[in-house]
Write a protein that binds this ligand. Sequence first.
Ligand SMILES: NC(=O)c1ccc[n+]([C@@H]2O[C@H](COP(=O)([O-])OP(=O)(O)OC[C@H]3O[C@@H](n4cnc5c(N)ncnc54)[C@H](OP(=O)(O)O)[C@@H]3O)[C@@H](O)[C@H]2O)c1
Length: 283
Amino acid sequence: MEYVTLNNGARMPQLGFGVYQIPDAAECQAAVENALDVGYRLIDTAASYGNEEAVGAAVRASGIPRDEVFVTSKLWVSDMSYEGAKRGFDATLKRLGLDYLDLFLFHQPFGDIFGAWRAMEELYEQGVVRAIGVANFYPDHLANLMAFTNVTPAVDQIECNVFFQRHEDQTYLESRDVTMESWAPFAEGHNDLFHNPVLTAIGGAHGKSVAQVALRWQLQRGIVCIPKSVRRERMEQNFDVFDFVLSDDEMARIAALDEHESTFFSHHDPKTVEMICGLARNV
Ligand SMILES: NC(=O)c1ccc[n+]([C@@H]2O[C@H](COP(=O)([O-])OP(=O)(O)OC[C@H]3O[C@@H](n4cnc5c(N)ncnc54)[C@H](OP(=O)(O)O)[C@@H]3O)[C@@H](O)[C@H]2O)c1
C-alpha cells in the first residue's frame, strides 16, 4: 500500500474502499469485511449513506487494530451549523461504534459552512478526529472557507474520473496543501467507461483491466482513490494496481479523454444546490 501524508502529518492510505449505495446492512458489512480481508485499510462512508453501523461492525469484527484502519465519514447538509456539526459528529461516532474518526468531511459546500467548520476545528482540537476536511468544494468554495477559518482542510474529496479530470482544481489544492481525494473513480460506469477503447487498449498492453488503468492513472497523479464494489473479485482487481506503471504517452492519451465537465452534476448549478438542500430539508 502507498500512503500520502496529510497537511497535519497524519498518514492516509492512497487507495481505499467506498460504500456509497450499499444501504443493506448485511451486504455492507460483508463488503467491508471482504475489503479489509483483501487488504484495504481506508473505508469511506457518510451519514447520508445509511450504513455507518454496518461499517463499524465490520471494522470491529475484522480484528484489525483500530489504528491500522483509516475511517472516513461525512457530515450531511441538514447538520451544517455549529450545533448541527457537533450533533452530527456524535451521532456518526455512535453509529460506527468507534471512539474516534480518522477523517471527518463536510459532505457538501452548502449551509452554514463557517459555523460548522468552527465545530470541526473544536472536534479536531479535542482529538476525537485525526483530520478534518471537505467534499465537493470547488477551488472558490475552498478559498472562501480558508479565508475566514484557522485549520486548513486536510482533504477535498471531489468527483474525478477520466471524463472529468480536474487538473486545474488539483493544482489549486496542491498549492494550498490540501490532499485531493477522488469520488466515483469509475464515474459509476457513466459514458460506458468500462468499455472505453483507449483504456481497453492501454489495459491490454499491461495485462490489466479498464478499472485497473482508471485507478492507476489517478494514483500516478497522486490522488487518493476510493473505488466501490460489492464483489470480492472486483475488490481484489481494484486493489491490484501497484505492480505496473503507465508511461508518459499512456498518461497523455488518457488526458485527452477529459470532457471538462461532471458526468453527474455541477455544484455550481443552482438546480443542483436546490436539489441537495431540498434533500436536507426532507431529512
Ligand atoms: N463525496 C461525495 O459526494 C461522494 C459521491 C459519490 C461517491 N463518493 C465516495 O466514492 C466512492 C466511490 O464512488 P461510487 O461508489 O459512486 O462509484 P465508482 O467507484 O466510480 O463505481 C462503482 C461502480 O463500479 C462497479 N465496479 C467496481 N469495480 C469494478 C470493476 N473492477 N469492473 C467493473 N465494474 C466495477 C461497481 O459495481 P459492483 O459494486 O456491482 O461491483 C459499481 O457499480 C463511493 O462509494 C463513496 O464512498 C463520495
